[in-house]
Write a protein that binds this ligand. Structure first.
Ligand SMILES: [Mg+2]
Length: 362
């Protein structure tokens, strides 16, 4: 498998039928119908995008590395494909942008591209996860690149998936991290700590999750198949409710600190208002984590939205079918005050990104 010309032209220099088959199958699976801003997709030297009148383009990139962002012995190929796209879609959601085009560059060990009889290849299953999520969000696979992954060490070569996502949003209306004002209320969508809890369960018994299916209505998989909050982000833009937003990829404590930094403010959050996911509570009661709240504050990868809105804004309890909870308030920075204070009754603590530091208790 050699390098595919930019944007997946079929004009490959190689005559290796395996490579041609791979390129053709990706192209076929990408589906020639172009949604949203894509005027020309796979098949030429470049894709051509045309934003709708009055819209501007939002671009994000995400690199998924085997053994850093996923493990092949823990995550199904469908989960790896879903997650690598969900991370970028969540960034678009945080800006209130509508997904348009995805560009996927893959470095793969050659054995992952081969079918075994009727058993689909790892790549086929990766594309199942990737394209199912892409279709649900009207996002076309409009180009990319593939290469054979070099042998890293001990005869093992690793998977790398690099994604570029392009979305569009009404001009000057994208939700920014920098827009919060002192006095604004802080909200989160959904519940927090579920992804970290599922990861703890996955570490203990990966076999149990081998057949995890995002379409099964009886189970939730917040780590394996997170649901980016695209509709909620777009609704926030349309309603003009939010003053700032960020997606929760690193964890509430880290991502809220980014929003505070960019807005030049500090935040106070109420520990009892934080919507702790039921899976985090179960993980804590099983003794896998010191506390469910800790998973909700620092766990990360929930891909929910954190946003701020003026106190006077009428923020509904549910946006695009997702519950919304007020968890605190933005305020002006003062010397000696931590960037984020966690309030529990009368106790106040500094909440450090990814960790705790005692601040003050009365
Ligand atoms: Mg982000």
């Amino acid at each position: 498998m050699g390098r595919i010309p930019k944007n997946k032209s079929l004009r490959s220099a190689s005559t290796d039928p395996g490579e041609l088959g791979l390129i053709a199958s990706i192209r076929q699976r990408a589906d020639g119908r172009h949604a949203g801003p894509v005027r020309l997709g796979i098949g030429d030297d470049c894709a051509i995008l045309r934003p709708a009148p009055g819209k501007e383009i939002a671009v994000t990139t995400d690199l998924s590395l085997e053994n850093v962002h996923f493990r092949r012995d823990w995550h199904s190929p469908e989960s790896v494909g879903h997650r690598s796209l969900a991370r970028g879609l969540s960034d678009l959601a945080a800006m209130g942008a509508e997904p348009g085009a995805a560009f996927l560059s893959l470095a793969l060990p050659p054995e992952l591209t081969r079918n075994k009889g009727n058993t689909p290849s790892w790549l086929d299953r990766f594309l199942d996860g990737f394209l199912n999520l892409a279709r649900r969000h009207n996002c076309s696979l409009a180009g990319g690149d593939t290469a054979q992954s070099p042998v890293a060490c001990a005869g093992v070569s690793l998977v790398v998936a690099d994604i570029v996502l392009v979305g569009q949003v009404a001009r000057n209306r994208a939700l920014l991290r920098s827009g919060a004002e002192a006095g604004d209320t802080i909200y989160v969508t959904g519940s927090l700590g579920g992804a970290a809890a599922e990861l703890l369960a996955l570490e203990r018994d990966p076999w149990r999750f081998r057949r995890a299916d995002p379409a099964d209505p009886k189970t939730r998989h917040p780590h394996l198949f997170p649901e980016p909050r695209i509709s909620a982000g777009r609704r926030l833009v349309r309603s003009k409710l939010a003053s700032a937003a960020i997606d929760l990829s690193d964890g509430l404590s880290s991502d809220l600190s980014h929003l505070c930094e960019e807005s030049g403010l500090r935040a106070e959050i109420d520990s009892e208002s934080i919507p702790v996911d039921v899976m985090a509570r179960l993980a804590a009661s099983a003794g896998w984590a010191p506390s469910a709240l800790r998973l909700a504050l620092h766990g990360g990868e929930d891909y929910e939205l954190l946003f701020t809105a003026p106190e006077s804004a009428r923020v509904p309890r549910e946006i695009a079918g997702v519950p919304v909870h007020a968890i605190g308030r933005m305020s002006k920075r003062r010397g000696g005050m931590p960037l984020i204070a966690l309030v529990t009754g009368k106790k106040r603590e500094a909440l450090m990104p990814g960790g705790w530091q005692h601040f003050r208790s009365r």
